[in-house]
Ligand binder design. Structure first.
Ligand SMILES: [Zn+2]
Length: 263
């Protein structure tokens, strides 16, 4: 009787052990990244200028990085349907600013909520509300680790290829700014400590030019250091050649920061 009882305990322990090992394997196994659908290349070529300008080899890397992004970040539509094109454009916006880093996961982002249109500070988007001017934002508090984007702004960001404006890229740059623990317009996580003072000096000079109407950087960039970093980065990724020509110092600084150049 005693022997049988011991056997039972060993069997139970063995079963628990097997379950634990299976679970550990499940948790540690890299997340399954789906295969890139073949037709995405054509959609990307048509819609994403950044992708179009990459070499074929880099385009393949870009597509893989998009799939990785989509396997890690949950995208949900709020009273709007998420179409394939939205997923492609959102994933592209997430990959563009970090394409210079061989491996990247947004560990400060778990999900993206997509609203049909612009919204107000309380995340309402009623047609009667005149204050619904927000096109995208990085969530805080209850929405920590979330990003909220307007579907209209996502589409518009890639429709117009000459406007130096891209709302989703703008929001992803805010997330990168936040990597060092503070959203302050100083990408301390990416630039060496010795670059912080030159970055501040350059930023203030450029912001002054914006506020004196003497710059082609979007006006919103002159409102705060946080917005300057995001707005200048949009321009950097949307129109790199023009940006390099008009703002060579800033171009060098951002190339260093994002580990990317247009050449
Ligand atoms: Zn912003």
């Amino acid at each position: 009787m005693q022997i049988q009882f011991n056997n039972m305990i060993y069997t139970l322990l063995f079963i628990v052990f097997v379950i634990f090992v299976c679970y550990a394997f499940y948790v540690m196994k890299p997340k399954k990244v789906g295969k890139v659908p073949k037709h995405w290349h054509a959609i990307l070529m048509q819609n994403v200028l950044f992708y179009k300008k990459l070499s074929q080899t880099k385009q393949a890397v870009f597509r893989k990085r998009m799939m990785l992004f989509l396997s890690e970040i949950h995208i949900e539509g709020v009273q709007t349907e998420i179409e394939e094109l939205d997923r492609i454009l959102i994933a592209s916006s997430g990959v563009i600013p970090v394409f210079g880093f061989s491996n990247w996961s947004y560990n400060n982002l778990s999900g993206i909520l997509v609203y049909p249109d612009s919204f107000n500070a309380d995340l309402q988007f009623s047609d009667r509300d005149e204050n619904k001017r927000i096109l995208g934002m990085v969530g805080t508090g209850r929405f920590e680790n979330q990003m909220i984007l307007s579907k209209k702004a996502i589409r518009l960001a890639f429709n117009n290829k000459t406007d130096k404006h891209n709302t989703p890229v703008h929001e992803f740059v805010h997330l990168l700014d936040k990597m060092d623990g503070e959203t302050d317009g100083i990408p301390a996580f990416f630039i060496g400590k010795e670059y912080i003072a030159p970055w501040l000096a350059l930023m203030h000079k450029e912001m002054e030019a914006i506020n004196k109407d003497a710059s082609d950087i979007r006006k919103y960039g002159g409102t705060s250091e946080i917005e300057f970093f995001a707005v200048a980065s949009e321009y950097f990724f949307e129109r790199p050649k023009l940006f390099k020509q008009k703002h060579p110092d800033l171009y060098r600084m951002l190339s260093e920061c994002f580990q990317q150049t247009s050449n």
